[in-house]
Design a protein around this ligand. Sequence first.
Ligand SMILES: O=C[C@H](O)COP(=O)(O)O
Length: 250
Amino acid sequence: MRKKLVAGNWKMHGSRKMADGLVREIVEGLEDGVDVLVIPPMVYLADLVHKYGDRGLGFGAQTISEHPEQGAFTGEISGSMVRDVGAKWTLVGHSERRQYYHETDALLSRKFRTACDAGLTPIYCVGETQEEHEAGKAEEVIGRQLGAVIDVYGVEAFRTGVIAYEPVWAIGTGLTATPDKVQKIHAFIRSQVAKKDVNISLLTRVLYGGSVKPANAADLFAQPDVDGGLIGGAALVASDFLEICAAARR
Ligand SMILES: O=C[C@H](O)COP(=O)(O)O
């Protein structure tokens, strides 16, 4: 049985004060039975881990550099630096990184490797755009995005690593894929891992991300291949986020 995981990706939201207050409320409301992560803007990460890292909440980065070693890469933050401040997770290939920062499959496969080598657990994000969705190309696109990692590095990393399915058309739009459509795609994702290793595919947690709210979380998490959520907007409101975490415990 895979333990559910709920990860709150704050994207570029917040302030030092808000970050502290939000995480404090989350740790106060945390309950057993579900793994919970907070993925704040990078500048707040070290402080938050220092203050709340031993309170049952995990912390991660929204992205890391593809460069494994220190060097002259202005503005970049390495996986080792993220690990050094005590965070244990990182997103790789969030659709906003793919879309706005032109992160390609080839680049993301390097970031994925760098994350694993730094001792971080990657949450590898996949998903189709609205146009690809309408053209019936979701599985083709997701298969390619997954292949960029598992055909290059194998599936071993997904023994503990996580895959997040985020239909781009459902992110921040209030539109959500229906639970049965989400289940279909998640089953497809698991089948791609199973093609390489069935046992690992049974361990890989596949999260859904795209307008998850307290009102729809329970139905989404009830699907057999939905192992939790990657939450954007609703992760910025402690009560909403905690309700979503509670839905994952049922
Ligand atoms: O990382 C989170 C996803 O992009 C979902 O964002 P959202 O919950 O605001 O739609």
